[in-house]
Write a protein that binds this ligand. Structure first.
Ligand SMILES: [Zn+2]
Ligand SMILES: [Zn+2]
Length: 126
């Protein structure tokens, strides 16, 4: 019994630390924006993912779970969501991007600006 509890905890811990991959698609047929995005990092690493407007693509920063990101994120309180958000530095252009905490936060299409993004879960990864 104790072992079962332990295994359950391990399973829960594992799933809480696994990342999820999504395919994003703009529902506006004329726009046609698509992107793949991973949220949550894996068992061994943390991941901050967001959209870099300068590179015009989904970008991410990863670091070891027991470590720190190369440059500390800036934090601000987002009045739209009422939550603290984090800003990381894009590794290709050094420009800022806002970390997407959950896929529901990414609903505005970066290309056409409409709230027309639909996400489809594709993979769970570690
Ligand atoms: Zn960039
Ligand atoms: Zn669009």
């Amino acid at each position: 019994m104790r072992l079962a509890c332990f295994l359950l905890l391990v399973a829960l811990w594992g799933s809480a630390h696994a990342g999820t991959g999504y395919d994003l698609r703009c529902e506006d047929a004329k726009c046609g924006f698509t992107a793949s995005i991973g949220i949550g990092g894996g068992r061994m690493f943390e991941e901050a993912t967001g959209y870099c407007p300068k590179c015009a693509k989904v970008v991410s920063v990863t670091w070891k779970r027991d470590g720190k990101p190369r440059s500390a994120p800036a934090r601000f309180w987002d009045a739209l969501t009422g939550r603290l958000r984090e800003i990381f530095r894009c590794q290709s252009c050094q420009g800022p991007f806002v970390k997407i905490e959950q896929i529901e936060d990414f609903k505005h299409c970066p290309k056409c600006g409409k709230a027309s993004l639909k996400a489809r879960r594709t993979v769970l990864y570690d």
